[in-house]
Write a protein that binds this ligand. Sequence first.
Ligand code: PLP
Length: 468
Amino acid sequence: MSSNQELSPGVMRYIKEAEKIVLERKEYWNRMKKAKFDTIAVHGLYSVEEAYSKNQGAIIEPLYLSASQCFKDSDELEAALAYKIPAWIYTRIANPTVYYLEQTFALLETYGTELEASACATASGMSAIFLATEPFLIKRTKKLNEKINFVATVQCYGGTYQLFNLRRMEERGIEVRWVKNGADLDEWEEKIDENTRFLYGEMPSNPQLGIFDIEKVAKLAHKYEIPLIVDSTIATPALLRPLVHGADIVVHSLTKSATASGYIIGGIVVAKKNITTNIDNQEMRENFGEWVKLWPFRDYGPSLSPVDAIFTLAEIKTLRIKMDYFSQSSMKVAQFLESHPRVERVDYLGLPSHPLHKLAKKYFKLVDSIDEKGNPVNRYGHLMSFNVAGSAEDTRKVYDNLKLIFRATDLGRIKSVATIPAISTHQQQGEEARKAANIPPQMIRLCVGGENPEDIIKDLDQALNSIK
Ligand code: PLP
């Protein structure tokens, strides 16, 4: 980026004019910071003024399909390409519709706090994970043999496991040190050394619902001057906001509960301002979300389609209500499964029998909700898994007999979906890694959708009874 002294008076004029827009946006951001969660989800940073002055009064955020932006003259072009004025230039770099989504997520993830954050929407959850972690995996010295490592919970999505274990470690020699028990703080600390670049955890994990104490792990990360990065896809900001508990960066697959209708693939990186890192890059530290968008994201190219951004914007407007309903139905289904003789074990964080229930209770709370006694309302999302009391073959039989619930390697849907992780999402990890992650062939992962829970229960009951 060139310094302002090197710019011509014509370019400077555009920069001066843009100050007004920057200020207006800042004022509106500050206004929305004071709004309630649902209000932010519905409006985001698309204000009444923005609708009238820039979008012909359109009530809903407009869809900008044009791949690129034109400029009034060479001075404006220069100012935009130097990133000196708000501009979107080219949809691989930025896009107005995507911008509304990014701003909404940054507001939602910092809801109820003074925290400032910025976001970068991406083409998938995997590209969000890649983008959030890649900038830290660089050398800090000129030594040829400098060894780089990072520490992550082994209970994680199969794709994340492959990215970390195969692409990063086996192919590139960047060591991933797996934490087997995320709830054990000592295990995290033992794995950190001076070459560790970040801590990473899925909260909760897919499919095992592993969790960890974000506040404690964030403190640990900061003690070693490294960031904590959390994948909070399964919880969504309606149930958990990791930045508020001390994490530095949050990633989401927008493909899941954020867009329950199931029409899009997308992801997002949200970072608070002034993250902790031992990488010597001031711009990156001060505003990781914006920095990553302006530079590495632009160069790697995993941009989100504006069509997918508009779908996501439409869906997150009702995120809290949906997560509440899904969670309540899931609780009923989990209780039913727990009492079924053909089920050996149920993993659902909302069940008091779950070993991590107490810790889950600390973190998973439906935003802006209190019960009749004035206590926060716990909600645990719609992902669960259960182990069939029988063989791997019996498990396939139960699965094949499902009539209402869809067989798919998917989750977070308005329709209930189920999979057998050992032969699908976690197939490529191999037997040993599945054992470490506690994924037996009898496990069925179930994500409860928006149907009436009585019908879901009926379907599960008849499928389980098929192995009598
Ligand atoms: N993170 C979690 C927890 C997931 O469950 C998934 C996909 O299932 C991903 C990330 C990857 O997201 P995507 O499929 O959008 O790339």
